[in-house]
Design a binder for this molecule. Sequence first.
Ligand code: PRP
Length: 212
Amino acid sequence: MNNRLRIALTKGRLQDKSVQLFEKAGMDCAPIRNPGRRLIHSIPNYPLDAVLSKAPDVITYVEHGACDLGIVGKDTILEKGGSFYEVMDLGFGKCRFALAVKEGADFYGTYKYRTIASKYPNVTKAFFAAKGMDVDIIKIEGSVELAPILNLADGIVDIVETGATLKANGLVPIETVAEVSARLIVNTASMKLYKNEILDFISKCEKELSRS
Ligand code: PRP
């Protein structure tokens, strides 16, 4: 095994959890822990280079083969889609997509056309299409909870982790849209070209995950 694999990590919380997993598996992640302004870091004692990027870009890099592997949330996978193998649920970064409305609102009890605000228009569209409901979707870039408060939307589809943000803004979740957690994804060509290296990496991760 002499090919170095390249893995794209989602910056932030998933990056921290990924590093914890790699360290438990015996990889020296000091360079990733002290990144400075550098965006690519080599693990000195394992043939792996880590690329730090934003979630949707993790998928782009893996899909195009710029990276062999990636760690990204299922939320981004559901929203962006793409052509790659999703090989493992890493179990961390757990949260859910939920439909939430203003407390006391009767969302389904009206025939009026509904407007939904979300950072995830594709997930929202698929969710309501599966119910045979045609809704108006407004794309919001962040702090989506504002939309119902400002009467821009009847509800939101957003990530809920603890529920604290919804509660603090007078909203309640009324339905789970999808469960979310971090996933390991693999470029389809890399899977064939570097099968042994990738299987070694996967088995190291699996071993640690089964212990925790
Ligand atoms: C996410 C999400 C909610 C919040 C949920 O926002 O959009 O606002 O976290 O977490 P909670 O259930 O634990 O309160 P993020 O911090 O990613 O920022 P954003 O609102 O700008 O997207």
